[in-house]
Design a protein around this ligand. Structure first.
Ligand code: SF4
Length: 278
């Protein structure tokens, strides 16, 4: 069976599960990256009933925000319901810059609290489809944010945190009562790009400018070189992180926490970027 056919069948099974168990259409999660554009096209080609959800991380590039707006405009012209979700923390609206002082630590590869709050809250009590793929797992963490929720490994469930080799095309998250479908989990990068070219899918323009990944600016999961390029291109985001780290240090100081060798937000930023070593 070819990959497109298999992905469409997965979407159809997901849509059926959504209607049967949630009495609502499947939600297609749309980030504005290439994988979610492919997922969207597959959903359109599959003939299923679906809605589209974009979770605004607050740290996305302006080009990504614009691409999402344009994609939504086209979908809405065809009568497809599209929604944006804005993050909240402890019941209040939040952002990357507010979350850092609230969490009192910078987000890191091992402490990805930002994904939990800024990206993963959508689609509770619903069936959702994501563009997660195994192909991108090698450079990323092998752990999902929900793993720690259960003490026994056999009870742990990994859901829509990031791409991971342990992911499956059909998953359940009991905590959020979500069913998660990953229709293109077994697609390679080349297959994604071929599908984009064959179907003439309009993509995030950042890919044309050499970006391999269009997640949050400064994401600690990206490599150092890419993060440096991002901050050269978006110096205002660099400043916002530094200001957030400044506020984080003040909170830590107020609470009597050790501020290590950090004197200010700039020190934290250099440590966070791995620029404080040699
Ligand atoms: S993609 Fe990266 S920066 Fe964005 S929320 Fe997840 S870990 Fe944080």
């Amino acid at each position: 069976m070819d990959k497109e056919k298999a992905a469409i069948e997965r979407l159809q099974i997901g849509a059926e599960a959504a209607e049967t168990y949630y009495n609502a259409p499947l939600i297609v999660c749309y980030s504005g990256g290439k994988d979610s554009d492919v997922l969207l096209q597959l959903a359109l080609n599959s003939g299923i009933r679906f809605e589209v959800l974009h979770t605004h991380t607050t740290a996305d590039a302006p080009e990504t925000v614009y691409h999402v707006t344009e994609t939504f405009r086209r979908l809405e012209e065809h009568g497809i319901k599209c929604a944006r979700e804005y993050p909240t923390y402890k019941g209040n609206p939040t952002s990357m810059w507010q979350l850092i002082p609230q969490k009192k630590l910078p987000p890191t590869r091992l402490m990805r609290y930002c994904c939990d709050v800024l990206k993963e809250q959508g689609g509770k009590n619903r069936a959702i489809a994501t563009g997660v793929r195994w192909n991108e797992s090698s450079a990323r963490s092998k752990r999902g944010i929900y793993e720690d929720a259960a003490h026994k490994p056999e009870n742990r469930i990994v859901i829509n945190n990031d791409n991971d080799e342990k992911r499956r095309w059909f998953e359940r998250c009991e905590i959020q009562a979500k069913t998660v479908i990953n229709p293109i989990i077994d697609w390679t990068d080349a297959e994604v790009w071929d599908y984009i070219a064959d179907n003439k899918i309009p993509c995030n323009p950042l890919y044309c400018e050499g970006f391999k990944r269009v997640g949050c600016i400064g994401c600690p999961l990206a490599n150092k070189h890419n993060r440096q390029i991002e901050f050269q291109r978006y110096p205002k985001y660099r400043q916002m992180y530094i200001h957030a780290f400044d506020r984080m240090l003040k909170v830590r100081e107020t609470e009597g926490k050790d501020n290590r060798t950090w004197n200010d937000g700039y020190d934290v930023f250099r440590w966070w970027m791995g620029e404080d070593k040699g």
